[in-house]
Design a protein around this ligand. Structure first.
Ligand code: BGC
Length: 428
């Protein structure tokens, strides 16, 4: 059976500045990575030198057959000190956008992907009521300079991630698993580390509010208000850009008796934020696995289930369910801004892609407006506190030479993108 995709479907891959660019020295993460006793298993350092090698990477993407690229612009580079904008950084990203244009790659730009400038954190970070205005000011600058080259913008990546992190830290510490790269092995050293962080930011530990951490309810509101303020400002300076946000979404399921827990999880992770999204132009959906609830709450991964390098359940069919669920609550075009798997066994990435894309196709067939699929990730990269050990990339990188080595999955995905059609995956 043929699985043909719509003609203008966006086939791409995602990266985030701090995870690939290297030497993001004005950011809060750089500071935290370089502290004594850091929770980070290694430093981002040169990462995979994408700041230098972006032309080569974009050319490679085009050669593989992709037609879209989701990447982030780094706030800490654009505004390394409050109110001081670095024109060379802006020119850098102008060139990234021009390179995309040269290769017929549609850019999807994210304005905040977890990292923030150190000065923002010193001023109360993501719990300060001025954060939305500060963020909107940066977005205004970027979009007034570069907006004409940006057809799609995501204001904030995984605006709801703090909810998932809190759950993971509370529940799974002993198993050491998390959807995003959080180092749960070092829980015992956390207090000492926080003292170091506190010295470095010059703030009491309780007043340090970096993006990737647990958050008060008030803090969640601030993040979504930042989205709304940014959206309003972007509309003024770049009226043709389509604006969205991205959210991290598990495929929430229940077994008998777990229905209420599942309904509560959906409310907590998504529905409560809906009012902030209704005026967006599209929704950025990100999914990696499922979470299943029973009468006593979230259930462990079933015995014998295949796990990813991150310790998550290998569950590509979750994407289809999340798309279907979100589309019943939000009447908007959807772009899959992240979906992928960390594995050393690239044939499992191929299987993951086939199954996930079969689900996307079924949704489109049923009339759900899915406009594109951005695989996480283009390159093996810096998985936050877990360092470089997790392989999400379609392309491997030898970090001693920074040479790129496309994996079989990259060619497989490129072929799907070029033919706009899935291979025969009746077995998938
Ligand atoms: C994040 C990425 C991360 C990926 C895999 C997402 O939550 O947006 O930055 O690398 O998950 O953990």
């Amino acid at each position: 059976m043929k699985h043909q995709f719509p003609e203008y479907f966006l086939w791409g891959a995602s990266t985030a500045a701090h995870q690939v660019e290297g030497n993001n020295i004005h950011s809060d993460f750089w500071l935290m990575e370089n502290l004594k006793g850091s929770m980070f298993k290694e430093r981002s350092g040169d990462a995979v030198a994408h700041y230098r090698l972006y032309r080569e990477d974009i050319a490679l993407m085009a050669k593989l057959g992709l037609n879209a690229y989701r990447f982030s612009i780094e706030w800490a580079r654009i505004e390394p000190e409050e109110g001081v904008f670095d024109e060379t950084a802006i020119e850098h990203y102008r060139d990234v956008l021009n390179t995309c244009n040269e290769y017929n790659i549609t850019p999807i730009v994210t304005l905040h992907h977890f990292t923030s400038p150190v000065w923002l954190i010193r001023l109360g970070g993501w719990e300060s009521e001025e954060a939305p205005t500060r963020f909107a000011r940066y977005c205004t600058k970027v979009m007034s300079e570069l907006g004409e080259h940006i057809p799609y913008v995501c204001t904030i990546n995984e605006a709801n991630i703090a909810i998932g992190i809190a759950k993971v830290i509370n529940r799974r510490q002993s198993e050491g698993t998390a959807q995003v790269g959080i180092n749960t092995d070092m829980a015992a050293r956390m207090e000492m580390y926080y003292q170091e962080v506190s010295k470095a930011f010059g703030l009491p530990p309780k007043e340090i509010h970096s993006f990737l951490g647990p958050r008060s309810e008030y803090g969640m509101d601030i993040i979504f208000k930042a989205h709304v303020e940014a959206r309003n400002s972007i509309r003024q300076v770049s009226p043709r850009t389509q604006i969205g946000i991205t959210m991290s979404l598990y495929d929430i399921q229940s077994i008998p008796g777990g229905e209420e827990h599942a309904a509560h999880a959906l409310h907590e992770e998504f529905l409560q934020f809906r009012p902030y999204l209704v005026d967006d132009d599209f929704f950025g959906l990100q999914n990696y696995t499922r979470s299943v609830y029973g009468p006593d709450g979230m259930l462990p991964i079933p015995d014998g289930a295949e796990k990813t390098q991150m310790g998550n359940e290998f569950y590509p069919q979750g994407l289809e369910s999340v798309i279907r669920c979100i589309s019943t609550h939000l009447d908007k075009p959807i772009i899959i801004t992240e979906n992928g798997v960390s594995t050393d066994h690239d044939e499992r990435r191929v299987a993951f892609l086939d199954r996930a894309l079969k689900g996307v196709h079924a949704c489109i067939d049923d009339g759900i407006p899915v406009k594109g699929y951005m695989h996480w990730s283009l390159l093996d990269n810096f998985e936050w506190q877990l360092g470089f050990s997790k392989c999400f990339g379609l392309i491997a990188v030898d970090r001693s030479t920074q040479q790129r080595h496309p994996k079989q999955s990259a060619f497989h995905y490129g072929k799907i993108a070029t033919t706009n059609e899935l291979p025969d995956i009746s077995q998938a």
